[in-house]
Design a protein around this ligand. Structure first.
Ligand code: ADP
Ligand code: MG
Length: 244
């Protein structure tokens, strides 16, 4: 156990160092971007083309850095009692313009009288859902429908995000949640790694069902607020969730 703990600590140290390096790299990149803009002013047609390539490569680096920084954040410790249905509603509202722009219908499917209270972190859960919706939109270049479903199970609530996109082969499925795994030309491969991290922070589980050519469903199980502990005492719940 001691060895395990030491290993974990050193991994954390490496993660922390990586995060500060990522942070430090941002500043010089900003200055690079500025000089690229300056160079564009007097550049030849070819030169302009290359500078544009540099621009989009820097943009990509920035995307990787910001997603990496988000991923390497320490474990979220601020949890509260919240309605997952409300989070779904808010994310749908937020993502609607993006979906419409890509010919995608984004809808939810659940009963209003359902109990959807869980213990969680609002921001992290939204980030998780946004990543799933983004991926679903990207999987349907010709448009289609995304359905977010909430369903009460015994001791947990099941949240699923279903698309009608390209689907994922079984071989790919084993790699999905690994950081930097991507099949997209401009992907970072960090989206699902973050999704998995958020699910684990919430004591939940995630699985995927997919048929190539038909679509994909990501299924997330999150423990209910009440049943998870035999108590309604807010303070006790907070202690429970923060001392895991
Ligand atoms: P990125 O989106 O940057 O590629 P992600 O971690 O979000 O990184 O996703 C990793 C890979 O998983 C994607 O490149 C894609 O191949 C696959 N994937 C994720 N979501 C879906 C989906 N809804 N349909 C099909 N493939 C998906
Ligand atoms: Mg993604």
């Amino acid at each position: 156990l001691k060895q395990q703990l030491e290993q974990q600590n050193s991994l954390n140290a490496i993660g922390q160092m990586a995060a500060s390096i990522a942070h430090e790299i941002r500043n010089p990149m900003t200055s690079l971007k500025g000089f690229i803009e300056l160079l564009k002013i007097n550049s030849t047609e070819d030169g302009y083309k290359y500078l544009n390539v540099m621009d989009s490569e820097i943009h990509r680096m920035e995307k990787i850095l910001s997603e990496f920084l988000y991923l390497s954040k320490p474990k979220e410790r601020s949890f509260e009692k919240l309605s997952i249905a409300q989070i779904v509603d808010e994310v749908i509202e937020l993502m609607l313009p993006h979906a419409v722009h890509h010919n995608v219908i984004l809808r939810s499917d659940y009963h209003d009288n359902q109990s959807t209270l869980i213990f969680g972190n609002d921001n992290r859960l939204k980030q998780m859902l946004i990543n799933l919706v983004k991926n679903a939109i990207e999987a349907m270049p010709n448009g289609g429908q995304i359905t977010i479903t909430l369903e009460n199970k015994d001791s947990y609530i099941q949240l699923s995000v279903k698309d009608e996109g390209a689907g994922i082969t079984e071989l790919e499925q084993s790699n999905l949640f690994k950081p930097f795994y991507t099949t997209k030309e401009t992907g970072t491969g960090l989206g699902l790694a973050l999704v998995k991290k958020v699910v684990e922070e919430h004591n939940g589980s995630i699985s995927v069902e997919s048929t190539v050519g038909m679509g994909t469903t990501f299924i997330i199980n999150l423990p209910f607020c009440e049943q998870n502990l035999q108590t309604q005492d807010e303070e006790e719940l907070i202690n429970y969730w923060t001392n895991r």
